[in-house]
Design a protein around this ligand. Structure first.
Ligand SMILES: [Fe+2]
Length: 243
């Protein structure tokens, strides 16, 4: 069950809030076009990725939140740049993407880490099955996927097939706002894809609704989820790299 209670363009550096029963999810824009996320219950919160510390401290303070844990999808600087400062100030434990996949209990719910190599050789996504949300890092980024910067095309393709097995209602929270470039690329591969056209148009009036789509919507609009083989994935990724 997801209810979006507030949204605003990330250009204004606003936080987007989602309500999932007694849980609240805050999408916090950091750096140029990254997101970090807070999952909150009451005054307790866990943070997914930490590209920058200052906006995180601000949101924690403004919302009177106590950080319990920090989950890292992968170790690119725009995902961990604020880690040290956050850990130093708040003495919070982090879960590295190098930790073996598993199930954690946090905030009274279950979080599963799933290994999704491809963008890099070591990458985790974090799935909260009771909330129907997936924090996808740079594995799925609103209508696209990350570049191949350490993993193989076969690994990346297999990781995407793994995610595709989750419920279509799963809402996907990726590491960036690349929506416009991704939908323009999607339409270059499938000019008649009406769902991609609608998603691009939606971005102009309600950017957060377009960015934070469900897996079902991703399957209709994300070309990297629509290829049938690792070879086709590799060719598509090469084409996007030059787009
Ligand atoms: Fe990355």
């Amino acid at each position: 069950m997801c209810l979006r209670v507030f949204c605003a363009s990330i250009l204004g550096m606003h936080v987007t809030r989602f309500q999932f029963n007694e849980y609240e999810l805050l999408a916090v824009p950091v750096l140029h076009d990254n997101f970090v996320y807070l999952v909150c219950r009451g005054n307790e919160a866990v943070l997914i990725d930490a590209g920058e510390a200052k906006p995180v401290f601000k949101v924690l303070e403004e919302n009177d939140l106590r950080l319990q844990k920090l989950l890292i999808t992968h170790t690119h600087p725009d995902h961990i740049g604020g880690c040290q400062k956050i850990q130093d100030r708040l003495s919070v434990q982090s879960i590295s993407p190098a930790v073996e996949s598993g199930e954690f209990s946090m905030l009274g719910t279950v979080c599963r880490s799933i290994s999704t190599p491809g963008h890099v050789a070591v990458h985790k996504v974090y799935y909260f099955p009771e909330l129907n949300v997936l924090f996808a890092g740079d594995t799925i980024i609103n209508g696209g996927c990350g570049r191949l910067l350490g993993g193989t095309p076969k690994q990346f393709f297999d990781s995407l097939q793994l995610i595709k097995q989750l419920s279509d209602k799963t809402r996907i929270f990726g590491g960036h706002d690349y929506l416009v470039a991704n939908m323009e690329f999607a339409l270059s591969t499938e000019p008649d894809n009406e769902d991609a056209k609608a998603r691009l148009n939606l971005y102009r009036t309600d950017p957060s609704a377009a960015i934070f789509a469900t897996l079902g919507e991703e399957k209709k609009t994300n070309p990297f989820l629509r290829v049938a083989t690792a070879e086709k994935f590799a060719a598509l990724r090469r084409r996007k790299d030059c787009f």
